[in-house]
Design a protein around this ligand. Structure first.
Ligand code: PGA
Length: 253
């Protein structure tokens, strides 16, 4: 049995006070959610405060990115994975499509970030997904396979329980255009096959694969009914504690 993960990516929103208020509002709303892991990813400057506010609760904290570098040093603007851990995060998102598109992150970069995060003891949420052009050009699977093979390079069997894949079709992010449950299922099953080819059937059977892209309270249940959808990475709808809690509590709606 794979325990689902519902993660909220707050992107570059919320000052510290707003982040803390959202975290505090969320806590009681999801306190009975034993069916899944609940994660929120605030901006770097709010990670420590949010982690402190959520201490003792069932909500975990993620960084939205981390440095490729593990050794502390002269890397202006970077945050090392062990610094995130130090601030109270236990997860980190790497390879989000906004980082790939706006900051030219390559699979090699994403891979180095994942390795750095694993070394620091974090659980990695690695994002993959094709653009609309790539989907319409019939190369969605080829693109996702490349992202997975590049991103997962040099991982060992002992790392695999701390790897989560988030399939986020770029055309569905922030657009209100969700992939249908069938489209999500199709790609999730493909991701699991690639993982099995690269590692083992057993590791693939344990891999959690999250769907991301315009997940809302009214479409989460249909997505979660798919056999290979093991949770969600939620952007816009995670900013509000009530709507994120409705997504977390999809079982009861
Ligand atoms: P969205 O973002 O839910 O606002 O589409 C998802 C994401 O970027 O992780």
């Amino acid at each position: 049995m794979r325990k689902p993960v519902i993660a909220g990516n707050w992107k570059m929103y919320k000052l510290i006070a707003e982040s803390a208020a959202t975290a505090l509002a969320l806590k009681p709303l999801v306190s009975n959610a034993n069916h899944c892991e609940v994660v929120v990813a605030p901006v770097f400057t709010a990670v420590k405060t949010v982690a402190d506010r959520l201490e003792g609760s069932n909500v975990r904290v993620a960084g939205q990115d981390c440095s490729t570098e593990t050794k502390h040093g002269a890397h202006t603007g970077e945050v090392a994975a062990d610094m995130l851990r130090d601030a109270g995060a236990t997860y980190v998102i790497v390879g989000h499509s906004e980082r790939r598109q706006l900051y030219a992150e390559t699979d090699t970069f994403v891979n180095r970030k994942a390795l750095a995060a694993l070394k620091a003891g974090l659980t990695v949420i690695m994002c993959v997904g094709e653009t609309l052009e790539q989907r319409e050009g019939g190369i969605a699977e080829r693109v996702v396979r490349g992202q997975l093979e590049g991103g997962l390079r040099d991982l060992t069997a002992s790392d695999l329980d701390r790897i989560i894949i988030a399939y986020e079709p770029v055309w569905a992010i922030g657009t209100g255009r969700t992939a249908t449950p069938e489209q999500a299922q199709e790609m999730h099953a493909f991701v699991r096959r690639v993982f099995a080819d690269r590692f083992s059937q057993a590791a693939a059977a344990r891999l959690r694969i999250l769907y991301g892209g315009s997940v809302k309270p009214d479409n989460i249940a249909g997505l979660m009914r798919q056999p290979d959808v093991d949770g969600a990475l939620v952007g816009g709808a995670s900013l509000d504690a009530e709507s994120f809690a409705q997504i977390v509590n999809y079982e009861r709606t």
